[in-house]
Design a binder for this molecule. Sequence first.
Ligand code: DC
Length: 233
Amino acid sequence: MLEPAAPSPAVRGIRIAIDGPAASGKGTVARAVATALGYLYIDTGAMYRALGLAARRAGLRVDDAAGLSSLASGLPLDFAWDGQRARVMLGEEDVSVAIREPEIGAMASAVAVHPQVRAELVRRQQLLAARGRVVVDGRDIGTVVLPDAELKLYLDASLSERARRRHEEFQAKGERVALAEVEAEIRDRDAQDSGRATGPLQVAPGAVLLDTTGLGIDEVVQRVLRLAQRAGA
Ligand code: DC
């Protein structure tokens, strides 16, 4: 069981909240920044994705708010470290690969509109982040999960660049998806994530906006590390 713990004043460290639209590179940046600082990386999108996967397996409809919220409350979700990367576990099953399927991204976005579902996952995210020294990425981290984070970032890039990056990822995995299809999927997901009433994707007050269009990952990571150092990391 996870117990919330106040960050020890003896341990120097901050909480870094990173929000942004689909395929903005926030996951890659968050993971690299966490590794460089020796911080815990919390991928909140993976939590919504795992719920989306569990909902599909349970045959739940995405508009079944009560069913989804009860599924979320009992979800045996955990992150396990395999020595190299965090694995997303549903009970004993490693679902790290299964949750990256495009349909599961769409499911995640659809289940994430329900306030009761969000309340449960936000509660778990706050518990995980309570010790500090964390990099947390998602859509509502700077606005809802950690509004008092010492550093808040909003990563963005043009739709065509984000689609190109995501398309390259699929190609690297040997998956054949048309670029236009990837772009349409990202556009739909952004509209749903920005348009919902609870915890919509938006720039948090005080967040630093980073447009990564045309920037390499290393450059973005270096910028974030400089900001983190200034914020007390
Ligand atoms: O970051 P991602 O693409 O893995 O997230 C998948 C979906 O989960 C995203 O489209 C919306 C939802 N999500 C959310 O609503 N709030 C978060 N903090 C993270 C993800």
